[in-house]
Design a protein around this ligand. Structure first.
Ligand code: FNR
Length: 424
């Protein structure tokens, strides 16, 4: 009603309810590089398209005369009570959209009562973003650094800041083949975006100081890991190149963003250690002793990996292909959800993202076995259009459509959203 009523008076919303229109308007307000980074996918974009095509293969079959006047969207995932089966996905370098992006996303999430998964490559230190959540639950997403002490430091900070779960993203041990960013010669990190989590970390800054002491100051001294493919090498070189020109043009911005007296050394250190291409199940096995938080593995697509994850004692998985940004031509996330749920049976906690755009999409994902969904790009588009209010509006629109769909098809609560309400 709150969303419909202004429309009856002829008032159009600031943030469109149509997902296409939301994207179109966001594209208009974002600069070329920010749009490319946010909307873009890996390679030719086959997986970005596949994520949507997978939803298009499913149809809801509404029931009638079910008398569903009240709907209850609440649910519980791990130890977190959710107002609805929806969380905001972690988004690195969102500061490209607006300064203080993470604080605004947190504010919007809080306004709508939806948890935010804070990115390891967030644009504000997690302690600040945690405060902006103002009591609404949040989780922390970790990229497993090649520096094990940094891994521990990030986990400890997240725990102290009050994160209710640790989400370890496994699909980005190296950055994907991001053709748009490569061709524009742009990487967000080059502008000092996405490394606030690191430059606010004592262990990370110790590494930066070591680097400075060793005199490794030039872009050619990057010491790239030989296991990094050409994509990363090119992106890294492009990134540092733009950082250098950017520091000449806007030294203040770069210094502010990096919160470091030596931005170059900080970016170089970040690029060296933000992930670990050699990450394996053996690393994961050490996690149980390193945290008391529930552990969620994000980026699982193969049913055998999902089984192994639960055999290894994790608490949940997120079936995700990173919004089609990592392996082009990888399986659509919704298709993977079906095979993962089939392999696991009904009990284990399975979340899903990549391609969710609407309340009807959430309904389909839940009917196919997801316990909750993560919303990625749409909330960033809301941020671009109207800051915290825009984020909140996007969430509210998705939830309003989910609520309406449940009311129209006869699902009074989340457990009533079942596969018998779907057809292909
Ligand atoms: C992401 N994603 C992501 N995932 C993650 O675990 N850590 C991160 O820092 C980021 N950063 C990030 C930046 C941007 C600009 C995008 C678009 C995505 C992936 C994200 O959490 C989620 O998996 C996808 O966005 C879901 O797909 P949709 O909803 O965007 O289609």
């Amino acid at each position: 009603n709150a969303i419909y009523r202004p429309g009856t008076l002829g008032v159009a919303p600031t943030v469109p309810t149509s997902t296409e229109e939301l994207e179109r308007r966001a594209r208009k307000v974002l600069d070329t590089k920010a749009w490319a980074y946010i909307a873009g996918g890996a390679g030719d974009g086959a997986t970005v398209r596949a994520n949507r095509e997978a939803f298009d293969r499913w149809r809801i079959v509404p029931r009638v005369l079910h008398g569903t006047t009240e709907r209850d969207l609440t649910t519980r995932v791990l130890d977190t009570d959710l107002a609805a089966p929806l969380l905001l996905a972690p988004i690195g370098a969102a500061g490209l959209v607006r300064p203080d992006a993470d604080l605004l996303i947190a504010e919007g999430a809080h306004a709508s009562g939806i948890p935010y998964v804070l990115s390891c490559q967030g644009s504000s230190p997690m302690e600040d973003t945690a405060r902006a959540m103002a009591g609404t639950p949040f989780w922390f997403q970790l990229y497993w650094s090649s520096d094990e002490e940094l891994v521990d430091s990030l986990i400890e900070r997240a725990t102290t800041a009050g994160a209710e779960a640790l989400v370890v993203t496994l699909d980005t041990t190296m950055l994907g083949w991001r053709t748009q960013d490569l061709d524009l010669g742009s990487l967000p990190f080059a502008r000092g975006q996405g490394i606030a989590q690191y430059t606010s970390d004592p262990r990370f800054m110790a590494l930066v100081r070591e680097r400075l002491a060793a005199g490794a100051r030039s872009a050619t001294d990057l010491g790239l890991d030989p296991r990094h493919p050409l994509a990363t090498a090119r992106a890294v070189r492009g990134g540092v190149g733009s950082l250098l020109s950017m520091s000449r043009e806007h030294p203040g911005d770069v210094r502010d963003n990096l919160r470091s007296p030596e931005p170059r050394a900080a970016v170089e250190t970040f690029l060296d250690i933000y992930s670990n291409p050699g990450l394996s199940w053996e690393h994961l096995a050490t996690l149980r002793d390193r945290t008391t938080l529930p552990v969620v593995l994000k980026g699982v697509l193969h049913p055998d990996d999902a089984r192994r994850a639960f055999d290894s004692g994790v608490d949940a998985v997120v079936v995700s292909n990173h919004g089609g940004r990592q392996v082009d031509r990888s399986v659509a996330a919704l298709d993977a959800l079906v095979s993962v749920r089939e392999a696991l049976g009904p009990e284990p906690t399975v979340l899903m993202d990549s391609g969710i755009r609407s309340g009807a999409d959430v309904f389909v994902a839940l009917a196919l076995g997801a316990d909750a969904c993560l919303l990625g790009r749409p909330h960033v588009y809301g941020l671009a259009l109207d800051g915290a209010a825009g984020v909140s509006a996007v969430i509210d629109n998705v939830l309003a459509e989910l609520d309406l769909t449940m009311g129209l098809v006869g699902a009074a609560s989340i457990v009533d959203i079942t596969a018998d309400l779907l057809a292909t």
